[in-house]
Write a protein that binds this ligand. Structure first.
Ligand SMILES: Nc1ncnc2c1ncn2[C@@H]1O[C@H](COP(=O)(O)OP(=O)(O)OP(=O)(O)O)[C@@H](O)[C@H]1O
Length: 370
């Protein structure tokens, strides 16, 4: 058992440049610092990136965690490469974070959610920034793919998308209510089953013509059809009206399996890129993620590591190729908790399919406030 306590010992040093070397190291280590009560010092933050140090999304994520755990956050400003966080008691209630850019609200939730689960009562998080941003989950991914799967660990939250926001303006706002839990349950997801359903949304917002949404959807359906003949594919073209700030377009396509696995492919419109290409990009991402016989896509993999590390008991998840993001999250989780991960390669001789089982003996973090 790892009690949720107030930090008393020397700070654990985290190398922010290790492995993937990006913002994820900050989120996993800050959340685990908050939950385990361990003070941390992170150095060489995003050292290998073209703009090293904290970007607005990382800074507001750290400030949010510090606020959530009544912590002391030192050295955190835009561009800082060294910060320290000394956590206090996790506070339920209202917390707000604003990237003031199109920085992803989903990445704010990624760092805050595990912390809020260990509060003494429910938390209300008002998160502002981009809802559908590049290199991050789209909010639709967080709600339709991530949420049903983390519920298996016992993590329950509701998300009200009050305003969508896109690059470069941002201006999106989501309101998330998180319920606390005593401890997290381990999860086993090793049987992929058959793909039974493919659905999604292709959207335009602001001044962009509705035709773009229809073109993204049609191109995505055509691409998926080449590999999957028998299933009805419903990718709804949508015009975002009142609840959207600025201009944007994008698509997310979700596949469901007979055993409850969820996979997604997604893409966002970019200046000068044809809508068809956006649709094809998302469809190819989805196909890539269901071609292997794993139970999660390349993104959910890394997003589940912190919950596996915190759960009480052994979790097992079958994946496709293990990403560097996942390996990095494991590295940090093992540094800050007693969790032990192993990765086993599984080769299916009949199908020549290669999958991996990520197994974790969780640290069994206990919420002593409940
Ligand atoms: N298309 C996508 N769908 C779902 N999740 C995604 C998608 N793209 C990225 N993610 C998730 O977003 C997170 C991105 O983490 P990452 O550390 O790369 O971002 P970051 O904080 O912007 O840092 P950096 O700029 O240093 O890379 C990961 O958890 C990843 O799984």
């Amino acid at each position: 058992m790892e009690p949720v306590t107030v930090a008393t010992t020397a700070a654990t040093e985290i190398d922010g440049s290790v492995m993937e070397g990006g913002g994820q190291i900050l989120r996993v280590s800050a959340a685990l610092s908050c939950i385990t009560g361990t003070a941390i010092k992170i150095s060489k933050i995003r050292a290998g990136r073209s703009t090293p140090g904290l970007r607005p999304q990382h800074l507001s994520g750290l400030q949010l965690v510090s606020d959530l755990c009544s912590g002391s956050l030192q050295g955190a400003s835009i561009g800082s490469t060294d910060i320290s966080l000394t956590p206090g008691k996790i506070q339920s209630g209202n917390h707000t974070a604003d990237t003031q850019t199109a920085g992803s609200v989903c990445l704010l939730l990624q760092v805050a959610l595990p912390c809020a689960v260990f509060a003494d009562a429910s938390s209300q998080l008002c998160l502002k920034g981009g809802t559908n941003a590049e290199m991050a989950p789209q909010i639709d991914y967080t709600v339709k793919v991530f949420k049903p799967i983390v519920e298996k660990f016992g993590v329950h939250f509701d998300c009200d998308i009050r305003m969508r926001g896109y690059y470069p303006k941002g201006g999106g706002e989501v309101f998330v209510t998180v319920n606390p839990v005593k401890e997290l349950q381990p999860v086993t997801m090793t049987e992929r089953g058959n793909i039974t359903k493919i659905h999604g949304r292709a959207f335009v917002a602001g001044v962009l013509p509705f035709k773009l949404a229809k073109d993204m959807s049609a191109a995505a359906v055509r691409t998926i059809r080449k590999e999957i003949k028998e299933l009805y594919i419903n990718i709804q073209p949508l015009q975002e009206k009142d609840k959207a700030c600025g201009n944007g377009n994008g698509i997310i396509i979700i596949a469901e399996s007979s055993t409850g696995c969820l996979f997604a492919g997604s893409a966002l419109g970019k200046k000068g890129v044809y809508a068809d290409k956006i649709g094809i990009e998302a469809a190819e991402m989805l196909l890539r993620n269901i071609r292997h016989n794993g139970c999660v896509d390349e993104f959910l993999q890394d997003q589940l590591i912190i919950f596996m590390a915190l759960a009480k008991g052994t979790s097992r998840i079958r994946t496709g190729a293990v990403t560097l993001h996942t390996q990095t999250a494991i590295h940090i989780a093992e540094q800050l908790t007693q969790a032990k991960f192993t990765i086993t390669k599984c080769e299916d001789e009949l199908s020549s399919n290669v999958t991996y089982i990520i197994e974790c003996q969780g640290s069994g973090a206990a919420n002593l406030h409940l």
